[in-house]
Write a protein that binds this ligand. Structure first.
Ligand code: FES
Length: 268
């Protein structure tokens, strides 16, 4: 049997035979992640307007302590330690965990390798470098910490769910709290739903709940859990973007209410 002779030729960066607009997706990812990254960095270091009444921005949750001139009622410990510099924001202490979870996510890795590192720019599009080290060697082998970030992300999900619960209770003027629903309540609840869809569809969680086993028949609880995670996992990219946009929107909403630019509309 004759085999066709294949020859590998050096192509210059970006060369391809594709005729579709392959560059649109990496460009959109580049813009989306850059905008979010710049905004999140500013919001984290800003250290102000992170709460409004019963609402707490997810960028600052869990709130370990308030900044010097705040008493939000959301903080776990009283007062910011005096030895911390004035500019030090409580968000710095916690945001590395959700950001690390996203940074090491299997979906985001594929997306930002293309969008930021052009490695490759897209499928069958020539890349700028000749060697390939992959994720089996340093530094990208470090991406394997994703499964540990998953455990932290699950804890954060519970904390954010508690924040959504807290957002149902408003000061009633006589020192107590009464039940209510504002636009902020819906936004913070939506944040938990979208983050839940993203986190619970994680590839590492899928492996953990069922993928680790050769056979799932005979393990009905595992099989149900595996099917549920698989169901969310099928739309992992969609959940990733919806949750990213929504967490940013949640911070913007709480911030604008706190600054007095928006007034929270109370539905109930
Ligand atoms: S693979 Fe995306 S969150 Fe785990």
């Amino acid at each position: 049997m004759n085999h066709p002779e294949l020859t590998l030729t050096d192509r210059r960066f970006g060369q391809t035979r594709r005729r579709d607009v392959w560059w649109v997706q990496p460009l959109a990812v580049f813009l989306g992640l850059s905008i979010f990254g710049l905004y999140a960095t500013w919001a984290v270091f800003q250290g102000d307007h992170y709460h409004h009444e019963s609402y707490l921005s997810p960028f600052y949750s869990p709130l370990l302590f308030d900044t010097h001139d705040h008493n939000s009622g959301h903080s776990w410990f009283a007062g910011k330690p005096d030895w911390l510099p004035l500019w030090f924001s409580p968000a710095i202490l916690i945001l590395w965990a959700p950001l690390g979870f996203r940074f090491t996510c299997y979906y985001y890795r594929g997306a930002y390798y293309k969008a930021f590192w052009a490695d490759p720019p897209s499928c069958t599009v020539s890349e700028p470098r000749k060697g390939y080290r992959g994720e089996g060697s340093f530094p990208l082998i470090m991406q394997n910490v994703h499964r540990y970030f998953l455990y932290l992300a699950l804890v954060f999900l519970v904390i954010l769910a508690y924040d959504a619960w807290t957002a149902l209770w408003f000061e009633n003027g006589d020192g107590g709290k009464s039940f209510g629903i504002g636009i902020g309540t819906l936004i913070l609840t939506g944040n938990v739903i979208f983050l839940g869809g993203y986190t619970l569809g994680c590839h590492s969680l899928r492996h953990l709940v069922g993928g680790i086993r050769d056979r799932l028949s005979g393990a009905p609880i595992r099989r149900t859990a595996y099917n549920c995670v698989s169901c969310l996992n099928r739309r992992h990219m969609l959940w990733a973007w919806m949750s990213l946009c929504w967490v940013g929107l949640s911070d913007v909403y709480v911030r604008l209410c706190s600054m007095g630019i928006l007034s929270d509309w109370r539905i109930l």
